[in-house]
Design a protein around this ligand. Structure first.
Ligand code: SAM
Length: 400
């Protein structure tokens, strides 16, 4: 159970199982459905809503207000009485925005500064409109054990409130035209996206195809992470996505689709990047992990984001350091960077000592972008007599 607003709204204590049972008997709604409404903070609908409201004497709108599930009708009514509502709630919601003194960085490079501490406290010491690109990969509230000992098992409502707090700070820190990317499970990003929609401009929900859990009975196999992409203001200052190689059979490098007469229409510089990324492998093998037990992200992912949404010299900020993937990629790509990690930072420092091998890796990845076939694929296709941009052009020239 993660929420308790439903029972609270009905005046029932969730700790009192008998009270829940009595309400089930009085309303005619089965106990397990009542627990479901409470656990997922879902307002009942249809017959259950009628039954719950008549047994409790709470009206549907009052129930929605008490559960914090507001539809556009309620929002419209609240807006029309905004001054009265504000007067009523002002003392509960208006907190002066705490500013904290800047603290010394625990690690510094030519281009970046790493702070150790709680991201909210550090962000509160940073100036508004100062960052060009933000990437955030927070804990997912999955009961994971992090070296920082952070509580990764918050109630859903508390987790989302925490996310809203740092997301609000991210929006404040972003320069007009700056870009923001939030990495999370689809379940959480549906909520975070709803929060961001009223503040920044939605660009994309990018599905990154990585299987992140084992198959769950009764559910679809979770196969993508959500990468939210927003910008501040009407459009991003920087947007240059790489073009990707055409997908071919990994074994024989033959076409996976029939391009028929369209081969000569294929751009030799590669295909347009879509909002579904299929080519980002998870960092699973311990040999490649820079930090034991961490859910470290792939260098390829950060390279793609930083390349797409920032220029050399821009400031990249990531409030959740982990093993420091963002910082290292930013440094290699000549961006300035600001980082924060609550837990130990020695893994990040160690990673910077081995930065050359990671730079080589990025160079290798980048060699495969912005051409229709990778060098390796092109060689194999030539050997096998499969079409290439050159061969198609030659054939076309011959035909004219
Ligand atoms: C999912 S990991 C980030 C992994 C990182 N993207 C990488 O590639 O290595 C989240 C990190 O956020 C840190 N963290 C959790 N709560 C934090 C907070 N309030 N302030 C700063 N860091 C926090 C955790 O200790 C953990 O290392």
């Amino acid at each position: 159970m993660s929420y308790s607003e439903f029972f609270k709204a009905l005046g029932i204590s969730a700790a009192d199982r008998f009270a829940v049972k009595r309400f089930a008997d009085a309303s005619g709604v089965p106990v397990e459905r009542l627990w479901h409404y409470n656990g997922s903070n879902a307002v009942p609908s249809g017959c259950d809503l009628d039954k719950v409201c008549s047994a409790s004497g709470v009206s549907p709108i009052e129930l929605m207000l008490k559960m914090g599930v507001l539809d556009r009708r309620i929002i419209k009514a609240l807006k029309s009485k905004a001054e009265d509502v504000f007067a009523l709630i002002q003392d509960d919601v208006e907190r002066p925005r705490g500013r904290t003194e800047p603290q010394p960085a625990v690690f510094q490079t030519k281009l970046g500064r790493l702070y150790q501490g709680d991201c909210l406290a550090v962000m509160q010491s940073m100036g508004s409109d100062t960052v060009d690109l933000i990437f955030a990969d927070p804990p997912f509230n999955l009961k994971k054990l992090y070296p920082s000992g952070v509580d990764d098992d918050l109630k859903e409502a508390r987790y989302l409130e925490w996310c809203e707090n740092w997301a609000a700070e991210c929006a404040r820190l972003l320069k007009p035209g700056g870009s923001l990317f939030f990495w999370n499970l689809p379940k959480w990003n549906t909520h975070i996206s709803a929060y961001l929609n009223g503040r920044l401009t939605f660009r994309h929900w990018i599905g990154v195809d990585i299987k992140y859990s084992l198959p769950i009975p009764g559910r679809l196999y979770p196969s993508h992470y959500s990468l939210l992409y927003y910008c501040k203001g009407q459009k991003p200052n920087t947007f240059h996505p790489d073009r990707l190689p055409m997908e071919v059979c990994p074994a024989c490098r033959a076409d996976l689709r029939d391009y028929g007469g369209y081969k000569d229409k294929m751009n030799p510089l590669g295909v347009n990047m879509t909002d579904v990324w299929m080519d980002i492998a998870p960092v699973r093998h311990s040999k490649y992990k820079k930090r034991k037990g961490s859910n470290e992200l792939s260098v390829k992912l950060l390279d793609r984001i930083i390349q797409m949404a920032s220029e050399e010299g821009d400031v990249v900020f990531d409030p959740f350091g982990g093993s420091g993937t963002t910082y290292m990629v930013a440094e290699i790509k000549k961006r300035r960077w600001i980082g924060i990690e609550l837990g130990p930072v020695d893994d990040i420092e160690r990673r910077f000592r081995e930065i050359d091998s990671e730079a080589d890796y990025i160079e290798k990845i980048r060699r495969n972008y912005n051409s229709l076939f990778t060098e390796e694929t092109l060689g194999i296709r030539r050997q096998l007599g499969l079409w290439t941009c050159e061969s198609v052009r030659k054939t076309n020239r011959g035909a004219h």
